[in-house]
Ligand binder design. Sequence first.
Ligand SMILES: [Zn+2]
Length: 269
Amino acid sequence: MGCHRFTEEELAELERRFPRVVTLPTERVMQARSDWEGRAVHAKSLGRRIPAEVVARELRGRAKLLQPVEVLPMAEGVLTIRFGSGEERAKAMAVAPWLVGGQLMSIEDWRPDFTPGVHSVSRTVVWVRLPGLPLEYWDNASILEMVAAAGRPLTLDAVSSERRRVGYARAKVEIDASLPLVLGTLVQWGKNRFWQAFVYEDLPSLCYLCARTGHQAGECRFCEAEGRSIPMVNGAPGGSSSSTEGNLPGGSRPRVFGPWMTSSRFPAQ
Ligand SMILES: [Zn+2]
């Protein structure tokens, strides 16, 4: 396929075979980069692909942007999105999670020399629910500490922080959607201990064997690669790593993954 990053060694071999070099003026490249740096992102739908014009229209509407949004389709389903300015980009980032055309989007900062298929787009802001959380644990600090097991905690929703809805708390978390989902966390105080489950809103097609999104159990290529036990690694930057057993194809251990792990957006708010 067209997307391959050559190593230094391979480049030396190419240079030997094809000695001609095209030299570009540095200012031209730097000028071109400055048109993107700070006001563009790379984005990718975790589910169905969404047409560029729909992404542009919905983002502009939701973030109330004043200037047009350019959306350029690249290979591998990646979109490069350029906003009118750094401020417009910040306004768009503030309305994450990006649910566009009903699909949750992963978003990465624009980077120079980005190559789809070589560089991944998997950082995803998502709402995480804590179903059944007893009220005495329902304070901002405790909830944010719990969801830190899932990824980088960003904020609580207003309803949760004001305790206006009982049933589940809800927090905005940045996760790496290429890693297995963290299904919950053990919480301890004194000699008491309980399991607090996490439910992820709007994540599509979750694999019940490896807890990753983007494929179904029937097409899972991680179970074999990872052997009989499926590690649940929290790969969030700075996060602690913990591991627990997932579902096993043989079924000799209790099933812990299932359809309860995701939910669509709750209707009444
Ligand atoms: Zn899988």
